[in-house]
Every structure is written in structure tokens, then in C-alpha cells.
Design a protein around this ligand. Structure first.
Ligand code: C2E
Ligand code: CA
Ligand code: CA
Length: 745
């Protein structure tokens, strides 16, 4: 019949199985004690043998539910019909154990298989006994009753046996008994009915035809078995297919699960990667952000960041009117010199060192920024008093009196500082920066190495300067410039030696504008290059014409001023020679005047350029001598011809001859260097006499003539020399005030 085996057995299943084993054993004990031994004959032994052989050999395992189907039912039912319930119980135990051994060697499984069959048979036997009064007389009540009895026998055995086995399986699989029975045991009912029918048929034959019928029964059993077998094989194969399908399904599900797991993993990795990328992006952004707001050389905040901070300060001061802050604009003086003489890498080192010094001076709430080049800015936040800003500026200037010792070079630098205070009331960061910048320029103009505080006047001046710049550009286009000529007299002969060309701006509204007002702006904006070149060409032409007019004037000289910008222009030489060629003026007639400070600040470049100019035949003057800080020992290095004593020394010479000493010293020095001397700003006879007495060669000043326009020179030249050799216009020039000042610079 059937048996169940378990792989992993739950405690409840085990208990149940042992209970059945116990019940089966008791049933067998009961069967043995009640077995009517008188009825045991050789046929019974044959039956028992057949049961064991068939039960142990010809079992078909249904894989899906791990249950055996055996064909020993026929013999056991036969035992029931021929020898009674006790005999059937014993056969059942024997057959069950034999079948159990086929699928397992576990005693519990083997014994359970036997006990289940024994128990089921005792139930069937009792049922039949109860209905029909006997189990061995079932076939003797007529054909229809016999058929009912056989069917009932199959049904009882099927119900009781499958109930016992299904319970074990249900406990094992944690299913309800009904579920288990319905799914796995319904379809095997046929084996029970077939077994019961076969047994009934054989028993009937034996009853009518004797033992020979038993022999005849064997082929019947064989046929039943074979069709069984066929049927079961089909069941088996469909079960296997179902199992394969099940496995396949499980496999697919497993793969799906794995795939899902992989996807989750990939997704996780993706998310992690995304986070990593976004972090890197964040870092990259941060890097750019930092670069956008910081200076690469010093790592300090740059102008953009400084403006942001200023905006915040402006907001704070709007909320709290007591909030006081200041912007300081710092520019190193003559930093270009350091770069040129010691190299850019040294310049960079100096900037970094300077930044370091500034940071030491500042409080943690203050901000130091670098705007580029040698321009720095400081934001002083939360000041308690406006004086604080001045104190910081003073500390910076004080600190700069110490040298920078870098790369085995010791160098000094000074700085010009402009201060703008929040008390002026600002709405925009660019305004406060502009004012600090204006104040800084003011500090430069006032002599560098100092600070200036921005005030309202300064603002007015800055505005006026802006309009001056605009007007200057227009002036170049409109050709509003003209050249005035101031005579230079030989003190030895008292005769006219030449002229200094002085530019004038004939402003359409303001009239004549003094060069001391617009030259600095023209210089800053670079407009001086066009103006200067025009003056040079114009003056060369004029003087050449005058020279050609009379032999007396053949040796007239022309002095032309060169600005710093012009001197640093690489094509200056070409421009000068071009002016000479175009005008036809002899190079020896031309004297170029370069102020002392320009010569000294660009010593190297100036020397080179001077040599080339000298090679052209042009003469050179050092202008405004005594105003700069020229080192006298330097002077001999420059290929100069003349030295012009600044007006300030000349004007100090009093009527009694006081202060002539310093002029004497300069003249002596110049002569020792092989230079001739021209005195500027000579306004009195006394000054003229003193200059003559110390050996000064030339003089220029209102005493002789103011600068006059081109056409006046002609008149001057025509009637120039009176009988005493003096210039005709003389002291009247002192009262000429044709040059007006319009710009409050
Ligand atoms: P500078 O080269 O020292 O020119 C002499 C200045 O002194 C002239 O002023 C002249 O008018 C003035 N001056 C002459 N004699 C006397 C005097 O007896 N008393 C007084 N108080 N002043 C006297 P100006 O013409 O206003 O020129 C000022 C400066 O402008 C010049 O100083 C020169 O540095 C610059 N400048 C003039 N023209 C040019 C030019 O064409 N190119 C360049 N680069 N600079 C020029
Ligand atoms: Ca001059
Ligand atoms: Ca001068």
C-alpha cells in the first residue's frame, strides 16, 4: 500500500508517528492473540510470502509527495476475505514494513508504514464486521451485496489508510489534513478499489473453483498489476513533469529573485556612485567657487568676494546706524621697479610676504583682499571709532619701514593708502571702493608712502577729473592743442639761445588750460603719447622755419618735454627721428627734457634710450633738478648734456643774495659732471645776477619772457635784440595772466 517518509521531521509529526506505531503494534498483538490458528493453512503462508515479495519489490514511488504505492493490496484484501481481520492486520504489518524498507532504513519510517497499514486494516475489518457480521462471508450474500461489500472494503481501507498517512504528511508540511489529502491522496483511491475488486474476484473464484482458481488468479493479478503499473508510471511521469515544472518555476523564481537582488545591488551601487559623483562635483564646484572668489597667488579673497562682504557691511550699517566700517585701498609704490630689477618671482614673493604682514596687523573680523598686481584692500568691520582706520593705515606704513628679506635680497617698499569710511553713507560696494581708490591716488599724488582719508572735496575733484579725461579725448580729436614757446637766454651773452616748447590746451569753453592740470591725467590715460608726439612735430617745424629766416637765428635751440610714458615707449627713437626728418630740423638743435624722477625711476631703460637718442645727435636735459631724490652718484651714468635747476631753488634766491649757496653747489656739481646749467623761473634781476655769478650758463623765466604763442615769437624774433641785447618784452611778461586754471586738481 502507501507509506510516508520524512526528511526533516517536526516534533509533533514524530509523536504522531510513534503513536501510530504503538497503535499498530497493539493491533498486531490483538490480531496474533485472536488469530484462529485452525484456519491457518499453507495458502495463508503463500499469501504472506506474496505480500512480502510484492510489497518489497513492486512499489512505485510517487516522487512529489514522497509516498510509495504498492501492489500488495490485492493479497492483503484476499487475506481479509479468506482468513478474516486478524490475518489481514498481520499481512498489512508485514507488507507495510516490507514496503517501508524499500524507501527508507529509518526504523520510525519503516515501522510507521507497517503500523499505518495494520491500523487501517483493523478499522476496515471492524467496519465490515459491524455491517456484515463477518469478513469471510462477504461473497456469500448474493452478487449485488458482494459487489457493495467489496466496494465498501476498498472505501474503508482507502479512507482509513490515507487519513492516517495524510495526517503525518500534513503535520510534516504544516498543512491542514484536508489540504494534504485532497491534493495528494484523492487520485490513488483507484488502487484501493482495484485491489479490492481483484481480491473479490480471486476469492470468488477460489470459492467456486477451488485452489486452481488461485492459480488462475495469478495472471489476473499480473494484468491488474501491469495496468496499474502503466497507470502509475503515467502518474509518475506527470508527477515528475509537474515536479520538473515546479523546479523550473522555483528556478525561475530563484533567478528572478537573484536578478532582483542584483538590480537592487546595482541600484545601490549606482546611488553610491551618484553620491560620489555629486560629491566630486560639489568639490569641483567648491574649487571653482574658491577660485572665483580668491586670488591665486596669495589665496586671499579677491575683489568679487570683497564686494560681497562690503554689501553685507552696508546692510548691517543700514540696520544698525552705529555699525561702523571702513575700506582701505593699498597700492605699493614703485612696485614695478622691484619687478623689473629683481624679477617677477621676487615680486611675487614680496606680495605674499606683504600680505602676511598685513594679516598680522588685522583683527580676525577684518578682511584682507588682493585685487591684483600690487593692489590690496582691507575691510575693517565693527570699528568703534573712525580713528581706528587711520591707526591701521599708520601701522601698515610703520611696518613697511622694515625691509623685506627675501631670497637673500633685502628690499624696501612703501605703500599709498586710501581710506573710505562708512560714515560717508554708502549704498553700493562699488561706491566705497571708488572713494577708497580716489583717496589712494591722492596719497600717491601727495608724495606716496602715506595715507589719505576720502572726503567730499576729493569726490568733487574725482568727478571733475573724470570730465577732464572725457574732454581731453575730445580735445585730441578736435585738435584743441597749441604750443607756446618760452625763450631761453644765454647768461654769458645775454642773447636768445632758444625756446622751450610748452603745450597749451585751448579749451572751447574754459580758454587756455595749464599743462600742470591736464598733463598728469594725459599721462595716466596714455593720451600723452599722442599729445607729446604732436607737440614734438609741431615745435620742430616751427623752430626750423625760424632758423631758416635769418642767419642770426640759425643756432636757435628747441627744448621739448618728454613724459615718463614717452620715455618708456620702445619706438621713441623712431618718433623723434621722424619729427626731425619731417621738419628738416638739425638733431643738434633739439634738446629733450626729462624730469629727474622719470630718469631715476627707470634708470636702466632710460640709460639705454638716452644713448640711442644721443647717437641721433639729440641733446638731453635733466629737468626739475633738485625736486626728486636723485642720487648724485647716479647722475654721471646718464649721457646728459644739460641740467635744469628747478624753479623752487631759483625763487629762493633773495635780493640780498641769500640761498644762492645751494644753487652754486648744484652748478659746481653739474660742471664737474660735464653738464651745462639752465636756471628755470628767473623772475628778478637779482636772481639773474646771482646765477651769472655762480657760472650758470642759461636762464629762462618771466624776467625774460612768459611762454608765448607761435605768432608772437615771430614778432619777438623780428625786434628781438634792442641796442643792449636784451629781450624786448622783458618784465612786462610778469603781468601776463593769459594762462588760467579751470580744473581744481
Ligand atoms: P616745466 O618743464 O618745468 O616747464 C616750465 C614751467 O614753468 C612752465 O609751466 C612755464 O610756464 C613755467 N615758468 C616759466 N618761467 C616761469 C617763471 O619765471 N615763473 C613761474 N612761476 N613759472 C615759470 P607750464 O607751461 O605751465 O608747464 C608746466 C609743466 O607742464 C612743465 O614744466 C612740463 O613739465 C609740463 N609740460 C608742458 N608742456 C609739455 C609738453 O609738451 N609735454 C610734456 N610731457 N610736458 C609738458
Ligand atoms: Ca621743462
Ligand atoms: Ca622744469
Amino acid at each position: 500500500m502507501t507509506s510516508a517518509s520524512t526528511h526533516t521531521t517536526r516534533p509533533l509529526t514524530t509523536t504522531y508517528m510513534w503513536l501510530i506505531i504503538m497503535a499498530g503494534t497493539l493491533t498486531c498483538v490483538w490480531a496474533i492473540t485472536n488469530l484462529p490458528l485452525s484456519r491457518i493453512d499453507p495458502y495463508f503462508n503463500l499469501l504472506a510470502l506474496g505480500t512480502v515479495i510484492l510489497g518489497s519489490r513492486v512499489a512505485i514511488r510517487v516522487p512529489r509527495i514522497n509516498t510509495n504505492i504498492t501492489v500488495d493490496d490485492t493479497f492483503i484484501f484476499l487475506g481479509l476475505l479468506l482468513y478474516g481481520g486478524e490475518a489481514a492486520v498481520l499481512l498489512g504489518m508485514i507488507g507495510g514494513v516490507a514496503a517501508g524498507l524499500r524507501i527508507s532504513n529509518k526504523p520510525r519510517t519503516v515501522l510507521f508504514a507497517g503500523a499505518a497499514l495494520a491500523c487501517a486494516l483493523s478499522v476496515t475489518a471492524q467496519g465490515l464486521l459491524w455491517i456484515f457480521g463477518s469478513t469471510t462471508d462477504l461473497l456469500h450474500h448474493g452478487p449485488s451485496a458482494a459487489i457493495i461489500a467489496i466496494c465498501l472494503m476498498g472505501l474503508l481501507q482507502y479512507a482509513s489508510h490515507t487519513a492516517i498517512v495524510a495526517t503525518a504528511n500534513a503535520l510534516k508540511d504544516n498543512q491542514t489534513i484536508w489540504q494534504m489529502w485532497n491534493q495528494n491522496f484523492l487520485w490513488i483511491s483507484i488502487t484501493y478499489f482495484a485491489g479490492a475488486a481483484a481480491a473479490g474476484l480471486i476469492a470468488f473464484s477460489i470459492g467456486t473453483a477451488g485452489f486452481y482458481a488461485f492459480l488462475i488468479a495469478i495472471p489476473i493479478i499480473a494484468i491488474v498489476y501491469l495496468s496499474y503499473d502503466r497507470y502509475l508510471r503515467e502518474v509518475k511521469s506527470s508527477a515528475r513533469q509537474a515536479e520538473l515544472a515546479e523546479r523550473e518555476r522555483a528556478e525561475i523564481e530563484r533567478e528572478r529573485a537573484e536578478q532582483a537582488e542584483r538590480h537592487v545591488k546595482e541600484l545601490n551601487n549606482y546611488i553610491v556612485e551618484q553620491e560620489r559623483i555629486s560629491r566630486t562635483l560639489e568639490e569641483t564646484k567648491e574649487h571653482f567657487r574658491h577660485a572665483a572668489f580668491h586670488d591665486a597667488l596669495t589665496g586671499l579673497p579677491n575683489r568679487s568676494m570683497f564686494s560681497e562682504l562690503l554689501t553685507a557691511e552696508i546692510k548691517s550699517s543700514r540696520i544698525n546706524s552705529n555699525h561702523l566700517f571702513a575700506a582701505l585701498f593699498i597700492d605699493l609704490d614703485r612696485f614695478k621697479n622691484i619687478n623689473d630689477s629683481l624679477g617677477h618671482s621676487y615680486g611675487d614673493l614680496l606680495l605674499v610676504a606683504f600680505a602676511g604682514r598685513l594679516e598680522k596687523i588685522l583683527r580676525p573680523v577684518d578682511t584682507l583682499a588682493r585685487f591684483g598686481g600690487d593692489e590690496f584692500a582691507i575691510l575693517l568691520s565693527n570699528m568703534s571709532h573712525p580713528q581706528d582706520a587711520i591707526r591701521v593705515a599708520e601701522r601698515i606704513l610703520e611696518d613697511l619701514t622694515q625691509p623685506f628679506d627675501l631670497k637673500e635680497n633685502s628690499s624696501f617698499t612703501s605703500a599709498s593708502i586710501g581710506i573710505a569710511l562708512s560714515t560717508s553713507g554708502y549704498d553700493r560696494p562699488e561706491d566705497i571702493l571708488r572713494d577708497a581708490d580716489t583717496a589712494m591716488y591722492r596719497a600717491k599724488e601727495n608724495g606716496k608712502g602715506r595715507y589719505e582719508l576720502f572726503d567730499k572735496d576729493m569726490h568733487a575733484r574725482a568727478v571733475s577729473r573724470l570730465s577732464l579725461e572725457r574732454d581731453l579725448r575730445q580735445a585730441i580729436e578736435q585738435k584743441e592743442f597749441c604750443v607756446y614757446y618760452q625763450p631761453i637766454v644765454s647768461l654769458e651773452s645775454g642773447k636768445l639761445a632758444g625756446f622751450e616748447a610748452l603745450v597749451r590746451w585751448n579749451h572751447p569753453v574754459e580758454g587756455l588750460v595749464s599743462p600742470s592740470e591736464f598733463i598728469p591725467v594725459a599721462e595716466e590715460t596714455g593720451l600723452i603719447l599722442q599729445i607729446g608726439q604732436w607737440v614734438l612735430e609741431e615745435a620742430c617745424r616751427a623752430v626750423n622755419t625760424w632758423q631758416q629766416q635769418s642767419v642770426v637765428h640759425r643756432n636757435l635751440t628747441l627744448s621739448v618735454n618728454l613724459s615718463a610714458k614717452q620715455v618708456s615707449q620702445p619706438d621713441l627713437l623712431e618718433q623723434v627721428s621722424h619729427a626731425l626728418e619731417q621738419s628738416g630740423l638739425d638733431a643738434r638743435s633739439l634738446k629733450l627734457e626729462i624730469t629727474e624722477s622719470v630718469v631715476m625711476e627707470n634708470a636702466e631703460a632710460a640709460t639705454m634710450m638716452f644713448k640711442r637718442l644721443r647717437a641721433l645727435g639729440v641733446q638731453l636735459s635733466i629737468d626739475d633738478f633738485g625736486t626728486g631724490y636723485s642720487s648724485l652718484s647716479y647722475l654721471h651714468r646718464f649721457p646728459l648734456n644739460y641740467l635744469k635747476i628747478d624753479r623752487s631753488f631759483v625763487s629762493r634766491i633773495t635780493e640780498t643774495g641769500e640761498n644762492a649757496e645751494i644753487v652754486r653747489t648744484i652748478v659746481t656739481l653739474a660742471h664737474n659732471l660735464g653738464l651745462q646749467v639752465i636756471a628755470e623761473g628767473v623772475e628778478t634781476r637779482e636772481q639773474q645776477k646771482q646765477l651769472e655769478s655762480v657760472g650758470c650758463e642759461y636762464a629762462q623765466g618771466y624776467l625774460f619772457s612768459r611762454p608765448v604763442e607761435h605768432d608772437s615769437v615771430k614778432a619777438l624774433l623780428d625786434g628781438e635784440l634792442g641796442s643792449n641785447g636784451q629781450l624786448a618784452i622783458g618784465e612786462e611778461a610778469l603781468h601776463d595772466d593769459s594762462v588760467v586754471s579751470v580744473y581744481p586738481m
